[in-house]
Write a protein that binds this ligand. Structure first.
Ligand code: FES
Length: 240
């Protein structure tokens, strides 16, 4: 069974941060080409023929200048890329309703995939919540958070509650982990290690007409430290 076309089943491949990297790299490469061509042309016009390189090219000094410019532009591209990733992850696209595939198809996808479902536009993860842990969940959650769990899903904001970096799903530990300062969250987004002070923010998620719907207009802070409804141990080494 396939998910509806609106659902990306290739997490991270088309994510906004990669888009940011692509845009920044493209702009950087373009700038580099323009600056390099301009420097080459200027140097060529000003230099006496006797000082030109063996094939009438640029001299050593100009080459060095261009190398410095190239390094500067590459650093700038990296900075723009990181800033794009941070801003998009931190702001997301709130206030939208995302209609994912059928609940059955999404559960099947989550069962087969080594990663949770990631929506690159909404900036959220969706994980399956184990039915066997619902009695504990009923003591710690309520309202729409609990309703989503009763439907079998949890939708988690990918932005770390500590500083907004995008948390990644570590395949070896099977925890969400933050590459910035090392906070860790289990697969249900519950806090396992700070400096974050809460679990991951949650969005409303539920099954409507057989399809999973995530409502990013409804977002609540994650549970406080000490909340552990699944008792999930790390499956292996942590990534951060
Ligand atoms: S931003 Fe995630 S731990 Fe600081």
């Amino acid at each position: 069974m396939r998910l509806a076309p609106a659902v990306s089943t290739t997490p991270l491949v088309t994510s906004w941060d990669l888009l940011g990297v692509g845009v920044a790299t493209g702009v950087g490469a373009l700038l580099l080409a323009v600056v390099g061509a301009r420097a080459w042309w200027t140097a060529r016009r000003r230099q006496p023929a006797s000082e030109r390189g063996p094939a009438g090219g640029i001299g050593r000094r100009q080459l060095l200048e261009q190398a410095v410019i190239a390094v500067f532009v590459a650093a700038l591209a990296g900075l723009v890329s990181a800033a794009t990733d941070y801003l998009v992850t931190a702001s997301g696209r709130r206030g939208h309703r995302y209609r994912l595939g059928s609940a059955e198809a999404l559960l099947e996808h989550l069962r087969r995939s080594p990663d949770p479902y990631y929506d690159p536009v909404g900036g959220f993860y969706v994980v399956a919540y184990p039915a066997g842990d619902l009695p504990r969940a009923r003591l710690a959650y309520h309202g729409r958070e609990l309703a989503g769990m009763e439907d079998g899903f949890v939708a988690l904001d990918a932005a770390c509650p500590h500083g907004g970096c995008r948390v990644v799903f570590c395949r070896s530990s099977r925890f969400f982990e933050c590459p910035c300062d090392g906070s860790r969250f289990d697969a249900a987004g519950e806090l396992r290690r700070g400096p974050a002070q809460r679990g991951l923010y949650r969005y409303a998620v539920g099954v409507e007409g057989g399809r999973v719907v995530v409502d990013t207009g409804w977002r609540v802070p994650g549970p406080p430290p000490g909340t552990d409804t699944t008792g999930q141990p790390p499956a292996g080494p942590h990534c951060y």
